[in-house]
Write a protein that binds this ligand. Sequence first.
Ligand SMILES: Cc1ncc(COP(=O)(O)O)c(C=O)c1O
Length: 421
Amino acid sequence: MTAALSATSANKTLDLGPAVELVSKEEGHRQPLAPEFVSVEDFSPLEVAYDFGRVRREDIEAGPRNIWRYKKLLPVPSTVEETPNTEPGCTRLVRADRLAKELGLKRVWVKDDTGNPTHSFKDRVVAVALAAAREFGFEVLACPSTGNLANATAAAAARAGWRSVVLIPKSLERAKILTTAVYDGDLIAVDGNYDDVNRLATELAAEHPKWAFVNVNVRPYYSEGSKTLAYEVAEQLGWRIPEQIVVPIASGSQLTKVDKGFRELGQLGLVDASPYKVFGAQATGCSPVSTAFRNGHDVVQPVKPDTIARSLAIGNPADGPYVLDVVNRTGGAIEDVTDEEVVEGIRLLARTEGIFTETAGGVTVATAKKLVETGKLDPDAETVLLITGDGLKTLDAVENHVGPKATVPPSAEAVAKALGY
Ligand SMILES: Cc1ncc(COP(=O)(O)O)c(C=O)c1O
């Protein structure tokens, strides 16, 4: 038990809602709820186990228009909405007919998570991590990040009145550095790639018992935040699970939790437990999970990332093997796409649906296209694409590809000439 937890327990009982225990992913060893992330029994990642009791659609529907409407399905206090957080979630599910036509799919929905407070799905995971960290008695919110998590952590800490310590690879996109620094926490640029930054964070987490590293020592709680994507998609479809979903992969956490979310809804009788397939998307320049899938492996060989999709540039993905399990179990597939295809994916989504995504979304759209072309996505099945981040943060990816058609003097004639009429 860490110092932070014992300090908390001495003063009050832990309230993490329906969460009852931590369970190891490999052998199912159980241990009490604590800010720990690896099982001492089998060294596999720990996951939250619940006693949900009865959860009804009506209770969820009557909840706030943010992820706390699902608080009875998350490891957060029963009074979670009473403390300041960024209140993410309830983002749009857009029926994307024009994109569907271009992709050769019958029905496509885009889950547009650019609408979150710091414009990515990371606000979901950080909100849950902050709520749990508060309960455990932590005082600082920290993370190693590929960019979006840096934004979300710094903003959530600011809103809660906490100090933040955010570690990023120094080569990150300028926009992601500025949109983190503006929240005025402690932002440290590290001379190394994300995997170096992650190792450093694990070392620091051991040295600083009051620092909650959202994706390290409170990772079991943090990662549960991604389940809300599955809950929202199902609720927005009228309490239905889509037949196919395409999810971008960095550490792989999001993909495994989307699956967990769908399964829980079925088990709780909130939806019909209909079959669905989960598909994974990576950039070829960082495609360890896609490569393992292609080769039929159940372990993931780490790689050195080299791609414009920097938010997905994790060469040694913690949840890689569990992604393979989910994709194989559900009958999905994983593909990867080149940087050129990523840019085309960004532009295709913008052109057809008016949604500007960052490189991770470009990976998702381009991978969906490839999965259709290779016959892995069923064109007749209803498909959801998770668009998890905002294009304004990765302008450098498109700046050499788009721009004004012409620069003209302020005259109608010049415009007519430029437009060719
Ligand atoms: C925009 C975006 N989408 C998807 C992901 C993938 O998340 P995960 O690490 O859970 O696989 C990330 C990770 O940083 C991200 O920033």
